[in-house]
Design a binder for this molecule. Sequence first.
Ligand code: PMP
Length: 301
Amino acid sequence: MEKQSMKVWLDGKIIDGSKAEVSILTHSLQYGSGVFEGIRSYYTNDGTAIFRLAEHVKRFFNSAKLYSMNLGYTENEIEEAIKKVAKANSCKDCYIRPFAFYDDANIGISVLGKKVSVYIAAVPFGSYFGKPNGIRCKVSSWRRISGESLPLKAKASGNYINSIIANNEAKASGFDEAILLSSKGTIAEGPGENIFLVKDNQLITPDDSSDILLGITRDTIMQLAEDTGIEVKEKECRKDELYTADELFFCGTAAEVTPIINVDGIKISKGLGPITKLISKKYFSVVHGEMQEFKHWLTYI
Ligand code: PMP
């Protein structure tokens, strides 16, 4: 969507995207001091619905809290604002981006007394990787930032410089995406995705101690797997378990369910295998409002 035609919510008002401007010296632009969310809406038979809105807004507030950032709104106000932006942009399949940042152009790291602004934008969005038959990944030589250095439960802009360097390396080496190891050397996650391994018809995913963002899609997949009768284990995973998995997939709001068919040139034995197909099919049915028992995750706009 053109910047000019996009409507954004900025500090309580819906305005033209072209009018949403900040100084080039904005604190959050210089230092990565913003917090944000990534949310999807999907077009369903009953109209456009936002997927797991309350959970995303809750995480947005927790991200801000971890950085002592006062958003100045209630969770309910931000939920309503997100719905408004989706409506103003006639969203069908969209990516919605709430962002809170220090709207201050004074030089200096301290955020004390600096103004916090919140914007919400929405753009049409399709498949993130555009490769339904699977992607090829590289285990990054860069480690995932440690949870002892930064709170990884916060979806903070600064964290993503770590994601960018890993993604750069993977792309430069001819791969589609990176997989980062944790500071302990166990499997952590992708630059913007959580990872699942399939082994002997069981799902395995790195646990909370593996330097991961606890993704909302990860939680969705775990609940859908349980509902299907597939066992899920959260644990530390080693690199050799990754290479010898029967199937692998990434998940995330943007990535949805993306099969990984090759890691570091090693073919994953079943590639886009039966469990990934089953989980993926169920995930897409749920986000499109086709499963009554999971409709409570949908907020119609
Ligand atoms: N890990 C990282 C680092 C991410 O940026 C994301 C995307 N938000 C995820 C995992 C997946 O999280 P979610 O399913 O909540 O989008």
